[in-house]
Design a protein around this ligand. Structure first.
Ligand code: IPD
Ligand code: CA
Length: 264
């Protein structure tokens, strides 16, 4: 296995190339290529092209590693490292012309079972803002050259981020969760790209984040950013159909677990 800092450097290089390609494709115009779990869950031609680019670059650089991607599936490796990739997180924003989308790439230290992962390196790149968030285990989290810290002092109430699943049947439950969290909040954001929400928690731009039903490629890179920025990241109810993801500084994290960590 290679050192986490080397994995992070490779992820940064590939995420920049992939994100810049996504931005170019966006500028050329977006077409929806299909739907996935339901009509709201779309995939664009760019999601597929960008994941193929990332997969190719990783296979060239590290042919023995595994791959776990949103669009092109899973392949076990033999090196002990698996790459977890969301080529475009925030696809609906991307398709609608809202610049809040990102590439998310993580390297984990085991196979294809997310419950066994220790994240070694995590990179989230937002190409429209040209912001690169990166972390490696034990090396801190950075935005460009600036070291990141989560916020610890949400004295006026917390600025919270959240999201909804694509299945309309889950919306009532998600709204009930938001109602439970609001006493802790000064305000709430639903920005549409969970990996970037987690990067924003790492940067102290959001005090905390919670969402049910995220997929591994949504949280893998962002979880390390949060932890390396001094915060806490949890997946609660992880064997339910829609586990709850919670990220924040230590105190707010524990309060969020208490108020939104129960339920379905
Ligand atoms: C989605 C975004 C969104 C979150 C959804 C995710 P996608 O990912 O992260 O913010 O609320 O749960 O599925 O489909 O844009 O990669
Ligand atoms: Ca995606």
């Amino acid at each position: 296995m290679t050192e986490p800092d080397e994995l992070a450097r490779l992820a940064c290089e590939i995420a920049r190339e992939a994100g810049d390609r996504a931005r170019e494709l966006r500028e050329a115009g977006v077409t929806v290529a299909g739907t996935k779990s339901n009509l709201a869950d779309i995939v664009t031609a760019a999601d597929r092209e960008v994941e193929a680019l990332i997969r190719r670059r990783l296979a060239n650089a590290r042919p023995d590693d595994g791959f776990f991607g949103e669009e092109s599936g899973v392949a076990e490796g033999v090196s002990g490292v698996t790459w977890v990739v969301d080529p475009i997180d925030g696809t609906v924003n991307y398709a609608m012309g809202i610049p809040n989308y990102c590439v998310s790439i993580a390297a984990v230290d085991s196979g294809i079972d997310p419950d066994s992962w220790r994240v070694l390196a995590g990179v989230v790149y937002a190409p429209a803002q040209r912001e690169l968030f990166s972390a490696w285990r034990g090396g801190g989290a950075h935005l460009g050259g600036t070291r990141l810290s989560v916020s610890e002092d949400a004295f006026a109430g917390a600025l919270l981020g959240t999201g909804f699943g694509y299945d309309p049947a889950t919306h009532d439950g998600d709204l009930a969760t938001i109602r439970a969290a609001m006493p802790l909040a000064r305000d709430l954001r639903r920005m549409g790209a969970a990996a970037l929400d987690l990067a924003y928690v790492a940067a102290g731009r959001l005090d905390g984040f919670f969402e049910r039903g995220l997929q591994p490629w949504d949280w893998a890179a962002g979880s390390l950013l949060v932890v390396e920025a001094g915060g806490r990241f949890s997946r609660v109810d992880r064997h339910s159909p829609r586990p709850m993801t919670i990220a924040a500084g230590r105190e707010l994290h524990d309060r969020l677990v208490a108020v939104v960590g129960q339920g379905k």
